[in-house]
Design a protein around this ligand. Structure first.
Ligand SMILES: Nc1ncnc2c1ncn2[C@@H]1O[C@H](COP(=O)(O)OP(=O)(O)OP(=O)(O)O)[C@@H](O)[C@H]1O
Ligand SMILES: [Mg+2]
Length: 396
């Protein structure tokens, strides 16, 4: 007897009537696909195109057949095409999701996301089949978004600078003046003021001094003077020392011996990333040990902040729903502005490692498309760091 929820025996399954696709069916699949499809021979001459491809290039198929795909590519695009061709002829089955900038005859440029595979006949390479999607608008939106984020971060830094200057020049100076006035007032009370007045004056003075000290702490977080005066390594030691003194965790700083000269932009960016990573550790990790490491590599500087806390499931980039903060995203954005990246590795109950890497020099014109677009994600899908290095494990 067959159990109620068990799958039916194969012989009893009613398969839908078998559909046999003939050549015409495949032809219409090719012609009416919403993605642009074209086939070119091994030398690059176009031999077949579909409607979406005609629309993409703004020309009828008859005018496209026979032309060489090279005519639509620029210098960099040609190198990308050569790499794809080489990979496929070497035996790779398909090269997927690479981007090409295509120049139309009317002068318009379109960015295509392409998948290419090699068609073989009796085992011999015959032609290349390409399936492409127009991502021009998508890339434009991404570019604008990045520009806006850059501006927001810049405005935030300017605002922090202005607030810290105002705090220093106005609020803190006023508090110092009050302390001074209180002292002067105390000395005017004569040699034997009533005990109550003396006690009240003393506690008032203490309160003002405490407010002044806490304002100075806020000011240091907004824009630590030590960063401008002594640079990034000293600032990291200063912030680590401050957190260690709170008594909840020990923050150890390990610095490479040969410091490379860093631009103030890189210093500020890495300091902000370290500040956010440490703030997350204090708020969320319950860690007892933290390691902050600065490595001066050949072409880039690497900051590592690792903790032995509770860890968490790293969200993918852009996965910012209502309850999540913006710290992780802003770390990534700050690094990207300087063509760097941030990778996060976190395993629940095994701690978190944040690695930020920034090149010393910006590449003048970084193409926004490339054979393999640089992965720029925070997250456990593609932005995962490798296993923590042994020296990190040792410290934690
Ligand atoms: N070192 C860490 N240990 C454990 N959990 C962490 C750590 N860093 C981040 N998280 C988790 O990731 C979440 C997102 O961090 P993110 O910095 O983006 O936001 P937030 O700290 O909550 O808020 P905000 O940074 O905007 O003040 C945190 O809410 C926390 O759950
Ligand atoms: Mg945070």
């Amino acid at each position: 007897m067959v159990k109620k929820n068990s799958p039916e025996p194969i012989s009893e399954v009613n398969y839908p009537q078998q559909v046999h696709l003939n050549e015409e069916d495949y032809r219409s699949l090719f012609h009416f696909a919403s993605d642009a499809i074209w086939i070119h021979d091994l030398e690059g001459h176009i031999v077949a195109v579909n409607e979406a491809f005609e629309q993409l290039l703004g020309q009828p198929g008859a005018e496209l057949i026979g032309r060489n795909v090279r005519e639509f590519l620029s210098g960099d695009g040609l190198s990308v095409a050569a790499i794809v061709k080489k990979k496929l002829l070497k035996g790779e089955r398909a090269v997927g999701r690479y981007e090409q900038l295509v120049l139309r005859d009317d002068g318009r440029q379109v960015i295509l996301e392409i998948t290419t595979c090699l068609i073989r006949r009796r085992g011999k390479p015959l032609a290349f089949e390409n399936i492409a999607r127009d991502v021009t608008e998508k890339r434009e939106i991404e570019k604008n978004l990045k520009f806006c984020l850059h501006k927001v971060l810049q405005a935030q830094e300017d605002e922090r600078k202005r607030i810290s200057r105002d705090l220093h020049d106005e609020a803190i100076q006023s508090l110092l003046l009050i302390v001074h006035e209180l002292d002067a007032f105390g000395s005017q009370l004569g040699e034997h003021p009533p005990a109550r007045s003396r006690a009240e004056l003393r506690s008032l003075r203490k309160l003002v001094v405490e407010v002044e000290e806490s304002l100075r702490r806020v000011l240091q977080d907004l824009r630590p003077a030590i960063l401008d005066d002594l640079g990034l390594p000293a600032s990291l030691e200063w912030i680590a020392d401050r957190i260690t003194r709170e008594g909840k965790m020990v923050v150890q700083v390990v610095l490479d011996k040969k410091p490379h000269e860093l631009s103030s932009e890189i210093e500020l960016t890495l300091f902000r990333i370290a500040q956010e990573a440490l703030s997350n550790i204090r708020k969320h990790s319950q860690a007892s040990k933290v390691l902050v490491k600065l490595n001066f590599l050949d072409d880039s500087i690497r900051l590592t902040v690792a903790d032995n806390g509770v860890g968490f499931t790293v969200p993918a980039l852009g996965d910012v729903n209502g309850n999540r903060g913006l710290g992780l995203l802003s770390m990534q954005e700050r690094a990207q502005i300087l063509q760097g990246n941030v990778k996060i590795r976190s395993i629940p109950r095994s701690g978190t490692t944040v690695i930020a890497e920034i090149p010393y020099n910006l590449v003048a014109s970084q193409p926004f498309w490339s054979l393999t677009r640089p992965e720029i994600r925070v997250g456990n899908r593609s932005g995962l760091c490798e296993q923590p290095a042994d020296d990190i494990k040792e410290v934690l």
